[in-house]
Design a protein around this ligand. Sequence first.
Ligand code: GLA
Ligand code: GLA
Length: 681
Amino acid sequence: MISTLLSRLSRGTDGAPAPRLAYGADYNPEQWPREVWEEDVRLMREAGVNIVSVGIFSWARVQPAADVWDFGWLDDVMDLLHANGVGVDLATATASPPPWLTTAHPEILPVTDRGETLWPGARQHWRPTSPVFREHALRLVRELAARYAGHPALVAWHVSNELGCHNVYDYSDDAARAFRDWLRGRYATLDALNHAWGTAFWSQRYSDWEQILPPRLAASHPNPTQQLDFKRFSSDALKDHLRAEREILRELTPDIPVTTNFMVMPGIKGMNYADWAAEVDFVANDHYVVPGPRDRDELSFSANLTSGIAGGRPWFLMEHSTSAVNWQPVNLAKEPGELARDSLTHVAHGADAVCFFQWRQSAAGAEKYHSAMVPHTGADSDLFRAVTALGDTLRTLAPVAGSEREPAEVGILFDWESWWASEQDSHPTSLLDYHREALDWYSALLSLGIRADVVPTGADLGRHRVVIAPVLHLVTAELAKELTRYTEQGGHLVTTYFSGVVDENDHVWLGGYPGALRDLLGIRIEEFGPLPDGRTVEVEGVGSGALWTDRITVTAPGTEVLAHYGTGAQAGRPAVTRRATGGGSAAYVSTRLGADGLAALLPRLLEPAGVGSDLPAEVRGRVEATVRRGPGGRFLFLVNRTDETVAVPGLTGQVLTGGTGDEGAVVLAPRGVAVLRTTTG
Ligand code: GLA
Ligand code: GLA
């Protein structure tokens, strides 16, 4: 699907049949007078833009009243873009309902767990389960699809916008009704629900479906399985909305691929994108850097996970920022070189499109201080020059388009259900951070120069010699079997504290922790030993552990202790263990070692699998390497993680972008990226 889309984009420019990488932005011409549109398309050509997302927040403009439609301006925009060789990823415009709709139907407004209404005035003020909202949204989708079916500018559909960005959890009466239906589908009988939710506890037994509510503000900790099911339900409710819009689009424009922009980025956890991916024709993601000491590791991690969600196939970077955003406490501008490095890191992880929010920086509205491709200053600016330079770079990377990621020997398993379940309340610690633990492992691997793929549960583990599953808290009987099979067939599994503890109902696997993984790991834990904030313990020969410890007893003969606790309540006892299983092994790390401690431990964990870095020793940690492979060849991406020039010796291939130095070394400018074609297609 993506390659058909990309080849459509070369139409009207050089006419070449080969796909190109897509380059562009959200384009909001409704915020500007028509004179500006002419300048927009001229500058788009100058920057090498070939795709824009149009109409995302235009509902109030295209449908100014219940039975009034105004498409004239949008017709002109579509025609103008087409005449200038720019394809359109057309939004269904349903993200922000217009004032006439919320005035007539306030019952579409979301309600918080405290019963407060989220009023209009911003965006996304709609209940994912409101039948009234659904009816109006689908009517709009039908009108749009019927009008633009066959328009030559139309290359893709963009359903809504960042589904769930502000409205994933709605506790309204509509949500209560839909939640009950969802629960009926999952459990069929009230007995099954009562069992799953453990309602014998605290006198919570339900005798009628109508008694069941979303987990609204309660006197104490709401039922944990109710909370977990509400998370599953809320993700499914938005997925259902996505499907409903998509079905209309497929009916009216069967040849146009449908996507929606995911938010695999810091702080967003409500939508199970691994589960959504099959619903779109190609995966699209938005990513914003949240500045911090490991922000670029996080960017790489998110891009990598997006690729994992896309099954290693190419995906679209639908939004990121050219420089500052407007929604952090302090909004930092990007340093020179960061714009290109951020964009190309996404391409390194499989993005076939580099798009920004947004084309032209708004003069009014909540996002007027958010950067764009054309800043307030105008085209005579360093920023627009950087944008144009990136357009040139993307043109030289055209052969990369359509290539997939070459599997790495190490896989990091990322699991939404464990993320949700491990961070619920009334646990041994409230300080556990699932995403941070996964990122720690990723950073450690980056610092050792070892390539790793971040993959969702359900991906084929057999592609990786080593699978690292941090805090794999929720383990079904089936998943336990799959992991056992993986290690018996020669795979090396590494997991951590608080893994294997509960099943799909959030019920504890009895008989000692780590429950479902106890036999596989060859250990038994009677009691958890979480650490107070700021307290650390020594792990001999590795570093220091924080957050958690376990009192481990080794139970299987083939289990060796790789490191012991040196201090604290578990001093002298095992901290890291490994059991040999047939051809493979299963290792357990019982504390939070952080990226530095993990970097010290990893060589020992990877040794039985024979996995190491394929980068020259002198650049490990300073350069991130990824590989894409496809009809155009095999491409090695080298991303400079430092602010200094780095020369990478000993590589052979054709340098598509980046410099060359003495004896053919590939030279990376500070924050620079090089791409090498190591074999041709
Ligand atoms: C999101 C939205 C955009 C815009 C940007 C700002 O990604 O989709 O409409 O609000 O954030 O960063
Ligand atoms: C804000 C923005 C959103 C999105 C998130 C990312 O809420 O408004 O569009 O970008 O941040 O965290």
